[in-house]
Write a protein that binds this ligand. Sequence first.
Ligand code: ZN
Length: 167
Amino acid sequence: MRLAVLTHPDPRLRTVAQPVTEFGAALSQLVDDLLETMYAARAIGLSATQVDVHQRVVVLDVSADGRAPQVYVNPQVLAQDTFGMVEESCMSVPGVLDSVRRATRLRVRAQDRDGVPFERRIEGMNAVCLLHEIDHLDGRLFVDRLSWLRRLRWRRLLGREPRASAA
Ligand code: ZN
C-alpha cells in the first residue's frame, strides 16, 4: 500500500524514532509499504519517519534499474570517512535541491526485516542516501545541514517552521 509522505514544516518530521524490537508481519508490511511508496515516487530512499511511523526503519534503492532494494532496521553507523559535497533532495522537502557535506564511505550495522543482524561497507550515493535517511530517524532534515546563506536561497520553500510544542 502506498503511504502518505509528511512534508516540511510538519512537526511530526521532528520526531526521534524508536528502535524496532518486534520483528514480524507488521514490520514486514511496513517495509513493503515503504518500498512501494519510494518506488512510486521514483525516490532512492525513504524512512519510516516520513510516513509518520516513528520506528527506526529505512529503505533504499540507488541502483539504475530500481531492482536492488535495501532494508535497514535499527541502522547504526560504525565508521565514516571520505567526506564530500553531494546534491540531495527529499520527498519531505519538495522543490529544494542543494549540496550537503557527508561521508561517502561507511561501515554500518543494522538488522534485516527478520531481525537478522548484518554489517556492511557501503560507499558513494548509497552511503550518502543512508545518512540522509538516518537523519530522518533522528528528526533531522537535509536542509538543517545547509548554511544560513544556502537556506536563504530556499526561504520561500522552507518558510518558517513552527516551534515544536511539548507533546
Ligand atoms: Zn529525505
